[in-house]
Ligand binder design. Sequence first.
Ligand code: UT7
Length: 329
Amino acid sequence: MKRPYAQFVATGRSVPSKVLTNHDFSKMGLETSHEWIFERTGIAERHVAGDGETTCGMASAAARVAMERANVNAGEIDVIILSTATPDRLLPSTAVDIQAQLGATRASAFDLSAACSGWLYGLAVGEGLILNGTAETVLVIAAEKMSAIVDWTDRSTCVLFGDGAGAAILQKSKHGRGILSSFMRSDGTLAELLYRPAGGATLPMSEAVLTDRGHLVKMAGREVFKAAVRSMSDAADRALDGAKLTGNDIDMMIPHQANVRIIEATAKHAGIPMDKVYVNVDRYGNTSSASIPIALDEALERGQIGPGATVLMVTFGAGFTWASMVVRF
Ligand code: UT7
């Protein structure tokens, strides 16, 4: 008899309607060009939140799409996990706002902080809760309003990021479908290569912090790039080994969408041809932990992932954190 798995019942996504192209940055007076951004990253445009658009709003919208497709109503959800680096406020969690918005009266809700890796971390937690019998239905969301925390005067970071949300509903399956393997790792010795130095409890918000822009994202791009290739390649190997599969067995790879050159290097390492790699970084930029669920939802909607398909998801982000997962749909 096959062991039980935590399976994806449905997914959803929501991105703001406002689009910022690479050309718009030059018009805003930033010393950059479409050519520089596109050649180095593969990004052409990204969606950014407009007035009144919040992390909770994008997350709830993505969740509602997934719930409708899964035919799951709010009262059936046991746990809501929100991965975000951009909570709407610091206390309490944004997940409880989502719980209230959805009317998920039976659910427990909490935020999970693992930067770009957060959605895969959240899926692994959700899988554990399902397999140990704590929960039957888990809603795992990633929502990011990166436009609120990037430094719009720093051309080396602000051109990279975008806003959006994606969600999945997990339930138990006995039909050999679901999460076959997962892998997570962190290295906090490298935290200051990609971080927000101030605005937390150690250096609370002050006039000096605001003047120095210490509450905004700082990144050592080159170092992060090298670590991303190394860690995502390793993570791909680990999830494939865990599922006793090789790159040849993968029907679609859904990588974290930070930079097309990082994606190509990871795919090459895993032996997966680029026509089996889903890429949408050109249209969304780096939406941090929302990038994989947005890409997965698009690939499912377009029929590029069908029933029985084996999918490798792999990610890397601030922390550093990295993670991977093999899923049979
Ligand atoms: O989610 C995971 C986290 N993030 C990532 O995965 C990002 C990883 N890093 C990268 O993708 C790349 O390092 C970047 C795209 C951020 C930068 O590419 P790079 O090839 O590593 O460029 P660089 O930072 O070494 O900068 C090269 C030059 C510099 O000028 P000089 O010193 O050579 O005169 C920069 O000042 O490019 C300059 N530059 C820009 N020029 C035009 C930096 N940003 C820009 C810009 N437009 N937007």
